[in-house]
Ligand binder design. Structure first.
Ligand SMILES: *Cc1c(COP(=O)(O)O)cnc(C)c1O
Length: 392
């Protein structure tokens, strides 16, 4: 089976991890700060807080922004559940903003309309989490200007978008947000096995996220309420967690970051080739905005179901049966049983639901060969052409 995503681990990556295993520190050593420095150098954000997953990064980002009971968090329904769950961890209530039918990112016009309504009912969100789906940045300039008008904070969920650019800067520079979060799960663009990072330009947010990452405990006299009683002394000043990244993960991350541009460039070559080879099929290809350079975590096509006698599920299953490991990103979060119990229903976000009825993520990863890509293309073409309503 050709997988939809797969990590590329080099001998240099392996050596970097072995070096840590033979060093004095497996955790809380020099590699995590080195990884954070690699992230700030790349993204041009001032501070980076590395943690054990993007889910943890989203959680500490929400906590640092003061999200709590009685607050609202809004995100896109087309995302991984973690982008919404982080609000629930803080006791906040969740709502969604429907997607743009072209980019599949949070629709700015839907956001604006929803904010207008929420203002009247006194239910404006404290935090909005735009998700850069497939690696293409949301319209951050517009969302940022709405944040000033309506007074909410912004966390960019850039789990798909490291290595991407928005306007003139790297995604993660936080010019239009408070905090940006990246994921380093193996299917993502660079990996630390499990891992995530939150970047920001705000020193007080960085300080809070550092506290929440590690039990809310500090050894910094500046942050203590009492005077240090000796070298052993630390204080717990917040209720934090153990969300730390290990030295092994960080060393892998430092090594992987050196190939980030190469990883994204290869994804662009693959996407360009898909665009050419799939051009004449009755499917919708990914839409690329001029204003951004996508990280291209995913290559998502949409079936035109009125042009084929097969259902979405049949096309998906046939691809898998024939060895093409397709996937679907994502099931709209509001239709998950856990979210339905909160009162969401089918029909709440029609563009997201329409997308879900037609979307398929084709395999795309750094080590993908032309032969593998040709097999994806020929398998998909055969399925669609053999069952075309127009030809039959
Ligand atoms: C992968 C992903 C996450 C969670 O990342 P982890 O590192 O696995 O916790 C969150 N949001 C989006 C959009 C993702 O794709």
């Amino acid at each position: 089976m050709i997988p939809y995503g797969k990590q590329d681990i080099s001998q240099q990556d392996i050596n970097a991890v072995i070096d840590v295993l033979q060093s004095d520190f497996l955790t809380q050593g020099p590699k995590v700060p080195a990884f954070e420095a690699a992230i700030t150098a790349y993204t041009k954000a001032q501070f980076a807080v590395a943690v054990n997953s993007a889910t943890s990064a989203l959680h500490i980002a929400c906590l640092a922004l003061g999200l709590s009971e009685g607050d609202w968090l809004w995100t896109s329904p087309i995302t991984f559940v973690a982008s919404a769950n982080c609000g629930l961890y803080c006791g906040a209530q969740i709502d969604f903003v429907d997607i743009d039918p072209k980019t599949y990112n949070m629709s700015v016009s839907a956001l604006e309309a929803k904010l207008e309504k929420a203002k009247l009912s006194g239910t404006l969100p404290k935090v909005v989490i735009p998700v850069h789906l497939c690696g293409q940045s949301c319209d951050m300039k517009k969302i940022h200007s709405l944040s000033k008008e309506y007074g909410f904070h912004i966390i960019e969920d850039a789990s798909h978008a490291i290595g991407g650019r928005y306007l003139d800067g790297p995604v993660g520079q936080c010019l239009y947000s408070d905090i940006t979060v990246f994921s380093f799960h193996p299917v993502k663009i660079v990996t630390t096995a499990e891992g995530g990072v939150a970047v920001t330009n705000d020193p007080s947010l960085a300080e809070k996220m550092q506290l929440f990452r590690s039990h809310g405990v500090t050894r910094d006299p500046e942050l203590m309420q009492k005077k240090s009683c000796g070298g052993w002394y630390y204080e717990q000043v917040e209720l934090g967690f153990n969300y730390r990244m290990t030295e092994l993960q960080a060393a892998l991350g430092v090594s992987q970051m050196q190939r980030l541009d190469e990883f994204v460039a290869k994804r662009h070559l693959l996407a360009k080739r898909y665009n050419q080879l799939l051009l004449n099929l009755p499917i919708t290809l990914p839409f690329q905005l001029e204003s951004s350079y996508s990280g291209l975590h995913l290559y998502v096509i949409r079936l035109k179901l009125d042009k084929t006698s097969l259902t979405h599920q049949q096309v998906f299953s046939l691809l898998r049966e024939k060895g093409v490991g397709v996937n679907l990103h994502y099931i709209p979060v509001h239709t998950q049983p856990y979210y339905k119990r909160m009162g969401f229903s089918q029909g709440d976000f029609p563009n997201a639901e329409a997308y879900y009825r037609e979307a398929i993520s084709l395999p795309m990863f750094h080590l993908m060969t032309q032969v593998q890509q040709d097999k994806v293309v020929s398998t998909l073409s055969e399925i669609i052409i053999n069952n075309s309503l127009e030809l039959n």
